[in-house]
Design a protein around this ligand. Structure first.
Ligand code: 5GP
Ligand code: ZN
Length: 141
């Protein structure tokens, strides 16, 4: 447990939450500031800063629980779809530095939108970028 971490405190039962699921590895509860109805968070009980900080085994355990939780959430709010959103790092909109997934039910006309200013992939830049990333992946493997 990290002392100044709000999600560690929620996992430890020191701060209340509206819990929807709990087991040995994860806790799932309603987001305090829902951007759509049913907005739910899934956190590991142990403190990991984000996706780059979590051991593969723990991540696979967390991931395995996501479809079941997402299915339950969207069935209750009768939404046909959802985002499973992970803000990874402060610059990527992560405000709580304890790994968490957002389950965001979506339906047409719900008024929620993620800005997506798509550019255009240019072949020369793309070739170079793909090669550099592929090399970095090979090095990390
Ligand atoms: P982030 O921006 O880090 O991806 O998302 C953090 C989320 O945690 C936000 O959507 C915020 O509303 C939620 N949150 C922050 N503090 C609390 C809290 O004390 N209780 C609950 N239930 N949610 C919280
Ligand atoms: Zn924490």
């Amino acid at each position: 447990m990290k002392e100044d971490c709000i999600f560690c405190k929620i996992a430890a039962g020191e701060i209340p939450c509206f819990k929807v699921y709990e087991d040995d590895l994860v806790l799932s509860f309603l987001d305090i500031g829902p951007v759509v109805a049913g907005h739910t968070l899934v956190i590991p009980k142990r403190h990991y800063r984000n996706l780059l900080d979590v051991p593969a085994e723990a991540l696979s355990g967390i991931s395995r629980r996501l479809p079941m939780l997402a299915r339950a959430v969207i069935s209750v709010v009768q939404a046909p779809a959802c985002h499973l959103l992970l803000n990874n790092g402060v610059e990527a909109m992560q405000s709580v530095q304890h790994l968490h997934y957002h389950i965001l039910p979506r339906r047409q006309g719900d008024g929620f939108g993620v800005p997506w200013p798509a550019g255009r992939l240019e072949a020369t830049t793309a070739r170079q970028m793909a090669a550099e990333i592929a090399a970095a992946v090979a090095k990390a493997h």
